[in-house]
Design a binder for this molecule. Structure first.
Ligand code: SF4
Length: 326
C-alpha cells in the first residue's frame, strides 16, 4: 500500500508531518513522519484516527440550501453549481445594495490580531528555541492537550535549569511541574499582566531604551498599568501580592525569558486587551533580541515565512464573532 508524505491540516500549533497509508484511494492509516524533528515520533490520537472523521456517517458531503428557520436543520440537497450560483447571486445583491464591506469573509483564527498570530511570533520563535530559555511562562495554554510536542521540549528546558511559570485557572499537567503556578481567576489575566508591567516600570526594570526605539503607546500602557499595585491586582486575580511581585522580579532577572501566550485568556472579558498586555511584557522587560527570549503564540506558520505584518490588509470594519448569525 502506498504511504504518502503529508502534513497535518488541523489548526494546531505543532504542524506535524504525517505518513498517510492509502488503499484503493482511501486513507487507511495515519502515522507520524520522522522527517520533522518537532513531530519527533508521535502524533495525537485525533489525527491518528482521522479516517473516522473523513469517512464518518455524519460528515457533510453535499451542499444544501436551508429551507427552514435557522437551527431547524432543514436543508434541500443541491448541486455544487446551484449552491455556488446561489451564493454568488446573494453576494451580488448585497454588494449592490450595501457595498462590499457588508460581506464578511469570516475565517476563524482567534481574536489576537495580526501582530500575535502566525506573524511576528512565528518569524522570531520556533519550538527548539524554548530549550535556550532560562525562564518560560506558559500563559493561558495547556500544551499537554493542545500542543503536545511542546511538552517534551519544555521538559528538556527544565532539565537544563529553566524556571517554569504557568498562568492558568486550572492545575494543568504543566502547572503541576511548574516552579510557580499562578491560578488566576478566569478573566483576571489583563490585571495580572498590567500588575507585572507596573512592577517593571516602578522598580526601574523597564527597558526604556528599547521602548523608546521600538514601541508605540508606551505612555498609555504605563498609565493603564499604574493603578494595579500588587495588592489591587491580588484582589481581582486571586493571586497573592507576594506571588505577583516575585514572578515579576524573576521575569525581570531571567534571560532569555519567553512567554508562551495561549488562547485561554482571550476567551473571556477583556480578552483582546489581556493578550495585548501579556505580549507587551517582553517589550517592557527588554526580552527580545536573544534566542529563547520574547514571546510566542502558535508556531504552525513557522515553516513558511512568507506572511508578514506588513502584508496584513488594512481597513475594513471590526465585528465581534460572538455576534455572527444574530
Ligand atoms: S498534534 Fe497537532 S499537528 Fe500534530 S497531528 Fe495532532 S493536531 Fe496535527
Amino acid at each position: 500500500m502506498p504511504v504518502l508524505p503529508s502534513a497535518c491540516p488541523l489548526d494546531c500549533p505543532d504542524h506535524c508531518s504525517l505518513d498517510v497509508t492509502v488503499e484503493a484511494g482511501k486513507v487507511v492509516r495515519v502515522e507520524d513522519r520522522a522527517a520533522n524533528p518537532v513531530t519527533d515520533g508521535f502524533i495525537c490520537g485525533k489525527v491518528r484516527r482521522i479516517a473516522r472523521h473523513l469517512y464518518g456517517e455524519d460528515r457533510l458531503r453535499y451542499p444544501g440550501i436551508r429551507t427552514g428557520k435557522k437551527g431547524e436543520g432543514r436543508f434541500r440537497r443541491v448541486s455544487w453549481d446551484e449552491a455556488l450560483d446561489h451564493v454568488a447571486a446573494k453576494f451580488s445583491a448585497i454588494r449592490a445594495r450595501s457595498g462590499g464591506l457588508a460581506i464578511l469573509p469570516y475565517y476563524y483564527g482567534g481574536s489576537n490580531g495580526a501582530l500575535t498570530q502566525d506573524s511576528t511570533d512565528a518569524r522570531l520563535f520556533a519550538y527548539p528555541d524554548y530549550e535556550e530559555a532560562a525562564m518560560i511562562i506558559v500563559w493561558g495554554q495547556n500544551p499537554s492537550a493542545s500542543s503536545i510536542h511542546l511538552v517534551p521540549i519544555i521538559r528538556r528546558a527544565l532539565d537544563k535549569g529553566a524556571r517554569l511559570v504557568v498562568v492558568d485557572p486550572r492545575r494543568t499537567p504543566l502547572a503541576k511541574l511548574a516552579h510557580r503556578h499562578l491560578a488566576v481567576r478566569p478573566g483576571g489575566d489583563l490585571v495580572l499582566a498590567l500588575a507585572m508591567a507596573r512592577w517593571l516600570f516602578v522598580n526601574g526594570r523597564a527597558d526604556e531604551a528599547f521602548l523608546a526605539e521600538h514601541a508605540t503607546g508606551v505612555g498609555q500602557f504605563r498609565e493603564r498599568a499604574m493603578p494595579w499595585t500588587p495588592e489591587a491586582a491580588a484582589a481581582v486575580t486571586g493571586i497573592s501580592a507576594a506571588d505577583i511581585e516575585a514572578t515579576a522580579a524573576e521575569y525581570a532577572e531571567a534571560s532569555p525569558a519567553v512567554i508562551r501566550c495561549g488562547w485561554g485568556l482571550e476567551r473571556n472579558r477583556n480578552g483582546g486587551s489581556a493578550v495585548a498586555s501579556v505580549i507587551a511584557l517582553p517589550a517592557v522587560a527588554g526580552k527580545f533580541g536573544l534566542r529563547g527570549g520574547g514571546y510566542t503564540l502558535s508556531n504552525s506558520a513557522a515553516w513558511k515565512l512568507s506572511p508578514s505584518v506588513d502584508d496584513a490588509e488594512q481597513g475594513g470594519r471590526v465585528i465581534n464573532m460572538n455576534n455572527l448569525g444574530e
